[in-house]
Design a protein around this ligand. Structure first.
Ligand SMILES: [Zn+2]
Ligand SMILES: [Zn+2]
Length: 133
């Protein structure tokens, strides 16, 4: 029986949420997983705690969840020679810290990191070497 028929045969209103949940449970049952609502609820909360999911309070009793993209990169650009490279996001921990302290979710995706590359640092001597400060 498809999700639509299941809802209808049980005189339940067909909503997108119910349809999706039924589809989701069908997959879980097919895989032979015994998943209870409380487990789903606990797992979602764990994901929020770990910062995998971010919960947004929409202020009208509704919540909106967003899956954080853990593997995004940032552009690292040398201020002197303009050479660019991509690095794995180094802001995950900072973002989690900010979230824990303030509840604000940092959206760092569009941040370009300004830097001075190794080559330019060597050319310019210690001027840009702030490592030992
Ligand atoms: Zn450079
Ligand atoms: Zn980032």
């Amino acid at each position: 029986m498809d999700s639509l028929s299941i809802l209808k045969s049980n005189s339940l209103k067909v909503t997108e949420c119910r349809m999706n949940l039924l589809e989701l449970y069908k997959v879980l049952i097919e895989k032979g997983l015994d998943v209870e609502y409380s487990t789903v609820y606990r797992t979602i909360n764990l994901f929020i705690q770990k910062g995998i999911l971010t919960k947004y309070d929409m202020k009208d009793g509704k919540y909106y969840y967003k899956l954080r993209e853990t593997h995004h990169t940032h552009k690292l650009k040398c201020e002197i020679c303009q050479k660019e490279m991509q690095i794995e996001c180094p802001l995950e921990e900072i973002s989690q810290k900010i979230y824990k302290e303030t509840g604000y979710s940092l959206d760092c995706k569009d941040i370009d990191l300004k830097a001075v590359c190794k080559g330019c640092k060597e050319k310019n001597g210690d001027k840009y070497n702030n490592q030992d400060k």
